[in-house]
Design a protein around this ligand. Sequence first.
Ligand SMILES: [Zn+2]
Length: 133
Amino acid sequence: MHNRDAVFLDELCPKLRVRRWRQSLHIYTGKSCIYCGKPSESIDHILPRARGGLSVTENCVPACLSCNGHKSDADVFDWYRRQRFYDPRRAMAIRAWMDGDLRLALRLLQWAHPQDASLPKPDGGMELSFQPA
Ligand SMILES: [Zn+2]
């Protein structure tokens, strides 16, 4: 398939685009939860949708179902500080992610998990689309 066809398909199928966007988020953290490092099974809205949080990359992070469920409507940093798996490097990564600096976020995650080979390299030229729709 040509690249142009793919773009065309995306425009025809917003659902497909959202799915690709969500997958790209998971790939970015090596399919691990940004909070605890377990396999990411969902996308967590840092600011919950119920409180006006948008479905944009800066507000959406890969999370395991446990973290996603526990956090619910709490402020992300208030909640995160109280967790046993709290890691200040991950907290900084979440902050960088919210600022839209995914490269910095990725570096901080690698720092927190230096042995995790599944994380993409920060300078691998990876592109992320910032808007799901
Ligand atoms: Zn988790």
